[in-house]
Design a protein around this ligand. Structure first.
Ligand code: GAR
Length: 225
């Protein structure tokens, strides 16, 4: 048994958010971290595309931003990650939150950050890893769908689960209406889960993540239709 992340001291954990696009989860994390009592401090927002809309949101909030264009590293994932790692080191980053970051990371990078890197995924993992999760949930006819925050392991959308929120799938849903219902829960779940990790409340036991949280660990939301 071991803590996933051990806070260095009373200072807030220096956290980078990695994005590829809109950045609404990033915005939810920034809003939470605006409270000085929140255990993570966002010191960097990094995008792999200069066109990522979330960069402007971060800059407007006064958060340092960086762009490492993945297009410039075609076929050279290690080179791309070395450039990302250099930015992380320059900002003294201790924790990484992937928020709609649509690049698959190499095993070496993931191993280096294991226990200190989280991701949010728009399904109840291990169901529907990968893309088009809402379309596939509708096609499968599931009655519950949702989102998952997990520690990042090698393998797409894999790793010990920190928290999940479930939402109902309603008769009239299309992918957009279902995505919106899930996204509202993502914005609630991610700040809570990152706070647990940053506060040193996540233990790794036999490959699973256990959360010591008086405010309710694990599944947070099962709203009734
Ligand atoms: C979110 O729904 C997030 O869960 C998903 O991308 C969206 C990004 O939106 N991530 C993945 O699919 C990762 N496998 P955002 O940029 O507004 O946060």
């Amino acid at each position: 048994m071991s803590l996933a992340f051990v806070p260095a001291g009373p200072a807030r954990a220096r956290t980078a958010i990695l994005i590829s696009g809109r950045g609404s989860n990033m915005a939810a994390l920034l809003a939470a971290a605006a409270d000085p009592a929140y255990p993570a401090q966002v010191v960097l927002v990094l995008a792999n595309k200069a066109s990522a809309a979330g960069l402007a949101t971060a800059a407007a909030a006064g958060i340092p931003t960086a762009v490492v264009e993945s297009r410039g590293f075609k076929g050279d994932r290690a080179g791309f990650e070395a450039a990302v790692q250099a930015e992380l080191a320059r900002h003294g980053v201790e924790l990484i939150a992937l928020a709609g970051f649509m690049r698959v990371l190499t095993e070496g990078f993931v191993a280096h950050w294991f226990g200190r890197m989280v991701n949010i995924h728009p399904s109840l993992l291990p169901s529907f890893p990968g893309l088009e999760t809402h379309e596939r949930a509708l096609a499968a006819g599931v009655r519950l769908h949702g989102c998952t925050v997990h520690l990042v392991s090698p393998g797409v959308d894999e790793g010990p689960i920190l928290a999940q929120a479930a939402v109902p799938v309603l008769a009239g849903d299309d992918a957009d209406s279902l995505a919106a219902r899930v996204l509202a829960q993502e914005h609630r779940l991610y700040p809570a889960a990152l706070a647990w990790l940053a506060a040193g409340r996540v233990r790794l036991v036999a490959g699973r993540a256990l959360v010591d949280a008086a405010d309710g660990a694990g599944a947070l939301a099962n709203p009734l239709p």
